[in-house]
Design a protein around this ligand. Structure first.
Ligand SMILES: [Zn+2]
Ligand SMILES: [Zn+2]
Length: 179
């Protein structure tokens, strides 16, 4: 575990590692965020820093959640972004969710064709191997994503199961490993 620094972020005292304080945007952990949740977030937040710089976009702050140990799906979206102000909220720490939100920030589009196309492009820049297809498939939950899949691959995408938050899937993996 990295050394923690006690800092005041958005009016609230919190413990954060140096790598999080060095990011080009302010990271705002939710109330009750535990220090054990930081490592989950590191690869995704560092990716977001590199990807926003490359796209010449600016994020002011990113609010992040901690649902360690949850068995139930959190009752709110995996992510959200306000493109005008550069404010992002992430619940699920998988890279695909961050890239989904970044595609909104870059394209200025909601879930239309410009957004879907940008998602597929971002997956190919920032993800590797099987993670690319998995993230593409997530985007095919939207009509625009199905159109983009068909445009690229010439066939309809397979139907997707109901998405699970990374907190729930990690919890399941941990439970399976403990058996
Ligand atoms: Zn959440
Ligand atoms: Zn979206």
């Amino acid at each position: 575990m990295s050394r923690m620094y006690r800092v005041k972020i958005a009016g609230r005292w919190t413990e954060a590692p140096k790598w999080a304080l060095d990011l080009p945007f302010e990271v705002r952990p939710m109330r009750g965020f535990t220090v054990a949740a930081w490592p989950h977030w590191r690869p995704t937040l560092e990716l977001l820093a590199k990807a926003t710089a490359r796209a010449k976009r600016k994020l002011e702050w990113v609010r992040i959640h901690d649902h360690t140990g949850t068995r139930r799906e959190p009752a709110h979206p995996f992510g959200w972004v306000v493109t005008e102000t550069g404010e992002m909220f992430l619940c699920s720490y998988d890279k695909g969710t961050a890239l989904h939100e970044l595609a909104h920030l870059i394209s200025g589009d909601s879930h239309g064709d410009a957004w879907a196309r940008r998602c597929f492009e971002l997956h190919r820049i920032w993800l590797r191997g099987a993670a690319i297809k998995a993230a593409d498939l997530e985007v095919t939950r939207y009509l625009s994503g199905r159109r983009e899949w068909k445009r690229r691959f010439g066939e309809r995408p397979p139907k997707q199961p109901v998405p699970k938050s990374s907190w729930v899937t990690a919890g399941r993996r941990a439970a399976a490993a403990g058996r």
